[in-house]
Write a protein that binds this ligand. Structure first.
Ligand SMILES: *Cc1c(COP(=O)(O)O)cnc(C)c1O
Ligand SMILES: [Zn+2]
Length: 401
């Protein structure tokens, strides 16, 4: 049993109403369950991690559209940890999902919901991974997918996925915020189901990252979860899910939700630092981490609440710090992530140096997408392969043997 509820005015709407914000006040919506009816204990949650393990807290009744998402690995980053004086710093590598990013958690739920609601097509605006994931799940469900991308600003691997899985890909001469505005209007006008993170059902899927983190640590809640933040759906979703587990008595506290943004695209960080109630949108966001190149995050109000109420914080990192962290993860830990994902680890390093994060904290950085998503940035950062003749002599020569 669940319904939709406006976080601003409290208005309630039936679960099958096709709305994305409150028709009365335009506030963001939450999926609210009748928690007294959910009987879920730690004992019910034995077995391997996966999104659908937590079905009791997901808004889908029948068989979901699934590619076995979730169950992503958690790694102790021992070598980076040693450098910054931490023993208990971890990465949860969401790049290991079916399409290579955490967006799959939202899309398995969102596309299942689209079918349940009888919708005939789905759409999104995207910095890349949302489109890749929607393309994959739309293909799996057998429904048409339309994606709007900001021209020239989407990493190659993500465009390749959207195209290959059969979506209609439209590249607009504008940024992500323009694309989202357009797709929202289009979806309402043509009755297409919108699967951006303004859709509260999509966020329900993403909250399973938080479930898996506490489940992995045998319900011992880590001190802090660090995330790269763009549209701010993910940090919001994880916070909501963990609150639900606390309500059900499965966990006893909430980690400090910590948001990292790129310096050129940091409206959430600015609002946290100034204590403002809402963000001031950034008209021209810029960063090498294209997945978080968003100036007007739709879930800002929810995210500010998540950060503040959990006692977390928000910090910026530069593009150089992001790329350095990406390389550190790759070289020192064997973990390949895309630039936006590395922002979480760049943030960990910075906040540790600033003394905000203590040496004995248990921290989990969510690395949101896979290295192969953005091969062009990687190639620019690394030396070219050594080209030699096909002889042993030539190899000996370049090796200096
Ligand atoms: C979507 C995405 C983000 C940002 O997530 P939000 O929910 O928009 O804050 C970060 N990293 C990657 C790789 C993403 O694909
Ligand atoms: Zn409202």
């Amino acid at each position: 049993m669940y319904h939709l509820e406006c976080i601003r005015c409290g208005a309630r709407y039936p679960r099958d109403e096709i709305i994305y914000t409150c028709p009365k006040c335009d506030g963001l919506l939450d999926v609210v369950y009748d928690y007294s009816q959910i009987k879920l204990t730690r004992d019910d949650l034995k077995g391997p991690l996966s999104v659908w393990k937590y079905k009791a807290l997901l808004p889908v009744a029948g068989e979901p559209v699934t590619l076995k998402e979730g169950g992503t690995p958690v790694y102790n980053i021992k070598n980076i940890g040693k450098d910054i004086g931490m023993k208990d710093a971890h990465v949860k590598h969401e790049g290991m999902n079916p399409s290579g990013s955490f967006k799959d958690r939202g899309m398995t739920v969102g596309v299942s919901k689209a079918l349940e609601l009888g919708m005939k097509s789905v759409a999104c605006a995207s910095t890349g991974n949302t489109s890749a994931s929607l393309a994959v799940y739309g293909a799996r469900a057998g429904i048409p997918v339309i994606v709007l991308l900001p021209q020239g600003k989407v990493a190659l691997g993500k465009v390749a996925q959207a195209l290959m899985h059969g979506s209609k890909v439209i590249s607009i001469k504008g940024n992500f915020d323009d694309a989202l505005r357009l797709v929202r209007e289009m979806c309402i006008e043509y009755g297409i189901y919108l699967l951006n993170s303004i859709n509260p059902y999509r966020l329900e899927g993403q909250k399973t990252i938080g479930f898996e983190i506490v489940d992995y640590f045998n319900w011992e809640v880590p001190d802090r979860i660090i995330l790269p933040v763009g549209n701010a759906g993910n940090i919001t979703a994880i916070y909501k899910g963990l609150n639900e587990m606390k309500k059900l008595g499965i966990i006893d506290r909430i980690p400090k939700m910590t948001a990292i943004q790129a310096e050129g695209s940091a409206p959430i960080v600015k609002a946290i630092k100034t204590g403002a109630k809402d963000i001031v949108p950034e008209a021209h966001p810029e960063t090498v981490a294209t997945a978080i190149r968003i100036g007007d995050p739709v879930n800002a109000v929810k995210a500010l609440n998540a950060i503040r109420t959990s006692g977390g914080t928000a910090e910026t990192v530069t593009d150089d710090e992001i790329l350095a962290a990406q390389k550190l993860l790759a070289v020192k830990e064997g973990i390949g992530v895309e630039p936006a994902s590395a922002a979480s680890v760049a943030g960990l390093i910075k906040l540790r140096k600033m003394g905000v994060i203590a040496s004995d904290e248990r921290v989990v950085c969510v690395t949101t997408g896979h290295l192969l998503k953005d091969p062009e940035t990687v190639i620019k950062m690394c030396d070219k392969p050594l080209e030699v003749d096909a002889t042993k002599e030539a190899i000996k020569k370049v090796m200096g043997w």
